[in-house]
Ligand binder design. Structure first.
Ligand code: DX5
Ligand code: ZN
Length: 227
């Protein structure tokens, strides 16, 4: 059984007030956020468009905890260096967006950031089999990427279990991050299945008190670890 301290809470600022992102970060840091999850969307890989490296650099100046940058963009290799320079401590690319995924993972690591690969709901865990020993973390999407506030896909639970098995068989202890539709109820289920990093947008910034919502999410997840 994993100790509860292993869990990390990564509030996604996608659901925060974009005119007050510095304040949003301060609120969730007060609630004990471990990471700040930053969603980068290009209007091609996903239908939505968000922000780029200059905004990430501005967030970096305000954040005390590491920035966890999730690239939902085509041709991520073209922008990886810019996002690492902007202050991404963790950089995640989508397996579906990259042809030479091994090269991309090595590129991120060579620049000094932690390299992660995200899988869409329709992408099987075996897509990561050959890279299980190379990645610093894995992101299992629990909704189809593109928007905050969507409904958790229940099948994700067994997918996280399979991913944990795949990593274990490769001798990897890389954390599994989950993203999409995570709230106190789904957090307990997905942590019991083996998730280590919980991304949450709407459950935190859709609440009247994001600091308290961050604490509540950790408590719900920790209860699942203990049970
Ligand atoms: C969705 C993004 C998520 C999003 C999650 O494509 O990758 O990080 O902010 O939002 P919620 O927690 O509201 O589902
Ligand atoms: Zn995300």
């Amino acid at each position: 059984m994993k100790p509860a301290g292993h869990l990390q809470i990564a509030p996604s600022i996608l659901s925060a007030d974009f005119a007050a992102l510095g304040d949003a970060i301060a609120m969730v840091e007060r609630g004990g956020a471990d990471l700040i999850h930053v969603d980068i969307m290009d209007g091609h890989f996903v239908p939505n468009i968000t922000i780029g490296p200059p905004v990430v650099a501005a967030l970096k100046r305000r954040a005390r905890v590491p920035l966890d940058v999730h690239l939902m963009i085509e041709e991520p290799d073209r922008y990886i260096e810019a996002f690492v320079r902007a202050g991404a401590a963790m950089l995640t690319v989508h397996a579906e967006a990259v042809v030479h995924l091994h090269r991309t993972v090595q590129l991120i690591k060579s620049l000094g950031a932690r390299a992660g690969v995200a899988l869409n709901p329709a992408t099987p865990v075996v897509a990561l089999e050959e890279l299980a020993g190379d990645v610093d973390h894995v992101l299992v999407m629990t909704v189809n990427p593109g928007f905050g506030g969507q409904t958790f896909i229940p099948r994700s639970e067994s997918k996280v279990r399979s991913m944990r098995d795949l990593l274990r068989n490769a001798g990897s202890t890389a954390p599994i991050e989950v993203d999409g539709g995570i709230d106190a109820r789904t957090a307990a289920r997905i942590v019991a299945a083996g998730a280590d990093i919980l991304v949450a947008g709407q459950a935190i910034f859709g609440s009247a008190d994001p600091a308290e919502a961050t604490r509540a999410l950790r408590a719900a997840a920790a209860a699942a670890v203990a049970s």
